[in-house]
Ligand binder design. Structure first.
Ligand SMILES: Cc1cc2nc3c(=O)[nH]c(=O)nc-3n(C[C@H](O)[C@H](O)[C@H](O)COP(=O)(O)OP(=O)(O)OC[C@H]3O[C@@H](n4cnc5c(N)ncnc54)[C@H](O)[C@@H]3O)c2cc1C
Length: 466
């Protein structure tokens, strides 16, 4: 990573970087690609970016890489195609490099398996291995004030996830938080040896392989819940699988074309500019494109399985609908779950090998990382961060450093696609443009205003119009 003009003045924690990205999931990976794209087209005005990732290597929801599970988004919404269909980081290029392009086409599908898409992500991530500090978790951001008292840089403090390594600090002009989502557990329930969030499904289930099984309880009615139930039913043929949810039945995800437009890049503009009540209405109308819904084919498959078992007189897949988990505890060799029927109020107690909480995710709280900078960030009437269209967090005028937030935590401003993959290609280009613009504006100020218009020229260059 090279050093830019003036950086040699800084000592103590390495060179000052243009950008430190926190998290290296698909969102910041897409940003790394957009920056690489900019750098190739603009030699001499490269953006120098590095990333911190707490996992030891690249991984995208590894605990849910269930064999056969498919993507919920078209492969054309990969990390680049919607911004740059000719990019060398496209899924099609990945297929070609791996000698599978014709074979993939013959499948006639837009929806690769998650295992294959994970491999595509990892193939892209490998290109940036030297830019990512794996196994390091960012713990807090610290403002670095210039002579005028304004926050000019940010120190990103991180710790090694394993091992004795202490804190280290990277100083940067911009930081992009791409830390994803955090598992949500039902109120009053905590995870334990036999009570897991589904994010750990494959790891935990592997530990139960070499023993007889009785029963699994899967809580939740969304895609992950249905996938978990199907996986456990298939993997443990001696076990009963009880699916528990408050709905009457699994409901299909709306992926019809007009509804799907809510995931288009243009929809982000429409959502961003809409009044708050319209935003709320849109999130409500189209929640069933993403939340608590299941792929139609999987619903049919589960139903066929349950019906066949009824015919055969051995019902291993049981649906406990209109019900909820009211208590759960670890007991020797397993867990004990209390399930209440919302219709009758009756409780049943189920002893089982494990309770799998497929109860969704919530955005990681950026406040934890922002530290003292949180007080400089503007919030709306509900205490949520105010975020500009270019994903930069709005701050008081005392902050010159750029703080960007993408993914979780931006749904209230940028809409339902925020936590998904759909717009990553375009969004990463927008953030890259904003970084270029911010840097040029800083340079213009440093030159006492000479070269006005440079910002516009730089942006044109960033967008390939130079
Ligand atoms: C099982 C599953 C399947 C999904 N399938 C789809 C799909 O088909 N289509 C779709 O559009 N969306 C899907 N999603 C939604 C999902 O949110 C996105 O696919 C994607 O993961 C978002 O990328 P991200 O980079 O924002 O977040 P993440 O993928 O969660 O990545 C965030 C990264 O930040 C790291 N991190 C967090 N905190 C720190 C820290 N303090 N320091 C350093 N690193 C940190 C994490 O380790 C992680 O690697 C799925 C989600 C799940 C759970």
């Amino acid at each position: 990573m090279s050093v830019r003009r003036g950086d040699s003045a800084h000592t103590g924690c390495g060179p000052i970087e243009d950008l430190v990205g926190i998290g290296f999931g698909p969102a910041n990976l897409a940003l790394a690609i957009a920056i690489d794209d900019h750098n190739r087209r603009n030699p001499g005005s490269e953006i120098h970016a590095g990333f911190l990732e707490r996992q030891e290597s690249f991984g995208w929801h590894r605990g849910m890489l269930i064999e056969g599970a498919t993507m919920q988004v078209s492969f054309l919404k990969d990390l680049v195609t919607m911004r740059d269909p000719g990019s060398r980081f496209s899924f099609l290029h990945y297929l070609q490099e791996h000698g599978r392009l014709a074979d993939f086409i013959n499948q006639k599908t837009f929806f690769p398996t998650r295992v294959e898409f994970h491999d595509y992500f990892a193939w892209c991530a490998a290109e940036f291995a030297s830019r990512v500090d794996y196994g390091r978790a960012a713990v807090v951001l610290r403002p670095v004030r210039g002579g005028d008292g304004e926050t000019e840089y940010v120190d990103v403090v991180s710790r090694a996830v394993h091992g004795p390594d202490g804190e280290s600090v990277r100083r940067t002009r911009n930081v992009v938080l791409g830390t994803g989502l955090t598992p949500r557990l039902p109120d009053g329930v905590s995870a334990g040896p036999h009570v897991w969030h589904n994010r750990d499904l494959l790891f935990r289930a592997a530990g139960l392989a070499d023993r007889p099984h009785r029963r699994f309880v899967v809580v939740g009615a969304g895609q992950s819940a249905a996938e978990s139930a199907e996986y456990l039913h298939r993997t443990f043929p001696d076990a009963e699988v009880c699916a528990v949810f408050s709905r009457y039945g699994y409901s299909p995800a709306d992926d019809s074309p007009y509804a799907n437009r809510i995931f288009d890049p243009a929809a982000v503009d429409h959502f961003y500019d809409a009044p708050e009540d319209v935003k709320q209405a849109l999130l409500g109308y189209h929640a069933n494109t993403n939340y608590s819904v299941v792929d139609g084919e999987l619903i049919e498959q589960l139903y066929r399985t349950a019906y066949q078992e009824k015919v055969q007189g051995r019902e291993r897949l049981r649906i406990l609908n209109t019900s909820r988990l009211t208590a759960v505890e670890d007991v020797p060799g397993g867990a004990r779950a209390v399930i209440r029927s919302l219709a009758t109020g009756e409780d049943v107690t189920l002893d089982c090998d494990a309770v799998i909480l497929a109860t969704g995710y919530r955005p990681a709280d950026p406040g934890e990382l922002l530290g003292d900078l949180a007080g400089e960030c503007l919030t709306d009437g509900q205490g949520r961060l105010r975020i500009d269209r270019d994903h930069r967090v709005l701050t008081t005028g005392r902050v010159r450093a750029g703080i960007y937030l993408q993914g979780g935590g931006t749904e209230h401003t940028h809409g339902i696609t925020s936590t998904l993959l759909s717009t990553l290609a375009v969004r990463s280009g927008e953030i890259c443009d904003s970084l270029v613009l911010g840097r040029t504006e800083r340079d213009v100020l440093a030159d006492g205003g000479a070269g006005a218009g440079a910002a516009e020229a730089a942006l044109a260059g960033a967008q390939g119009r130079a």
